[in-house]
Design a protein around this ligand. Structure first.
Ligand code: 13P
Ligand code: SF4
Length: 368
């Protein structure tokens, strides 16, 4: 690390002042700044955020809803995004030049998004074009870098979220005969399987080895799945499901489609974060649920529905560590620095990248 990098990384670290404040003092500071800034400030919060942060969110939602809200909001000059890096980038791409987007802690990344970088993607595209010619449309889960969204937009493709993946995959097949799905192999496999593509028509692209994992004639390949995954949702296993089935036959199992295909197949229901929330809300008093998704959300659902018996499908689950980086201290720091005119942790996607990434996002938003 050179001197400049060392100084930059220090500037991104939480100042001592906020570490020394109590939760009550931090909450009072945040409330005060929110009241002073009014509509100039917008705080979107993803459902996986901690309660201490969610209590201050102006809107909560899954990735799709938060992207839609960012695209609609023209009032806020300052958007303090309580979520992870790719979500804040998406908000920056979709908002106007006069609006600034902040991520309270720059370490709030996403291990899945980190499993595909633009150099690997360009290399993969070159190899796949040699194998399949101009027959592939790229689709990327929003859980990816702005550079990958830009690449996808430039090549005629679109972004997807877990709540519109099926619709987007169907659209993709009206454009080209094959698709490359980045970076989550599980969402890609679960979604394309649901629309009737066989597992024997899906190949897996390994970005580390730059090779295609597939047995059989290549003309059979309809879907190329990038070999990435969510390190949170991968922790739900077939064994977890068998344990629930053995101990409680009344319990319904509902999981996020970032879980492995075998887990989704054995569950009773699978769908996006919003789908899970809606299903629990609509279920009758006394119903019993084992949920396979992020733990902050599961704990919130448990607290909000004391009339239902809700557990995590995996009893040893932890929250998503990167989502958890955003806390009261970082939120207070972010807001305070805006008030003081010393803004920090601004997310600014470079204009060329932003333009093409917006193409990919707009194709999705118009279909949703
Ligand atoms: P959704 O918000 O689309 O359900 O995605 C879950 C997720 O992993 C966000 O990082
Ligand atoms: Fe990324 Fe998974 Fe965390 Fe979502 S839950 S932010 S996909 S690591």
């Amino acid at each position: 690390m050179n001197l400049l990098e060392a100084l930059e990384s220090k500037a991104r670290m939480l100042p001592e002042k906020y570490r020394d404040m109590s939760a009550e003092e931090l909450e009072a500071l945040i409330r005060d700044i929110k009241a002073k800034m009014g509509k100039k400030l917008f705080i979107p919060g993803h459902h996986y955020q901690k309660d201490e942060v969610i209590q201050f969110a102006d809107a909560t939602g899954d990735s799709l809803k938060l992207a839609q809200l960012s695209a609609e909001n023209r009032d806020a000059e300052h958007i303090v995004f309580c979520g992870v890096h790719f979500m804040a980038e998406t908000a920056d791409i979709l908002t106007g030049d006069n609006q600034k987007v902040y991520l309270p802690d720059m370490r709030a990344g996403c291990s899945m998004a980190d499993m595909a970088d633009i150099y690997q993607t360009e290399r993969a595209w070159e190899s796949l074009q040699l194998l399949f010619g101009d027959t592939i449309l790229p689709l990327t889960y929003v859980n990816s870098t702005a550079a990958i969204k830009s690449f996808v937009g430039e090549n005629g493709g679109a972004t997807v979220t877990s709540s519109n993946a099926e619709k987007m995959v169907q659209w993709a097949f009206t454009q080209k005969e094959r698709l490359l799905f980045l970076p989550d192999q599980h969402l890609g496999r679960n979604t394309t399987y649901n629309i009737g593509i066989g597992l024997d028509e899906m190949a897996v692209y390994n970005p580390i080895e730059n090779n295609l994992e597939f047995e059989g004639p290549l003309e059979k390949v309809k879907v190329i799945l990038w070999k990435g995954h969510c390190s949170v949702h991968e922790n739900f296993t077939v064994e977890n499901i068998l344990n629930v089935r053995k101990t409680n036959t009344n319990m319904k199992i509902i999981v996020h489609p970032e879980c492995k295909h075998e887990v989704v197949r054995l569950s009773d229901m699978a769908g996006s974060t919003n789908y899970i929330i809606d299903a629990i809300e609509a279920s009758p008093t006394g119903s019993e649920w084992a949920i396979g998704t992020e733990m902050n959300l599961v704990n919130r659902l448990i607290a909000q529905h004391p009339d239902k018996h809700i557990v995590s499908l995996n009893p040893h689950m932890c929250p998503c560590l990167t989502m958890n980086r955003i806390d009261l201290q970082h939120l207070a720091w972010s807001l305070d620095s805006i008030m003081e005119g010393q803004e920090c942790n601004i997310i600014n996607v470079e204009s060329g990248t932003s333009e093409n990434a917006k193409l990919a996002l707009d194709r999705m938003l118009h279909q949703s």
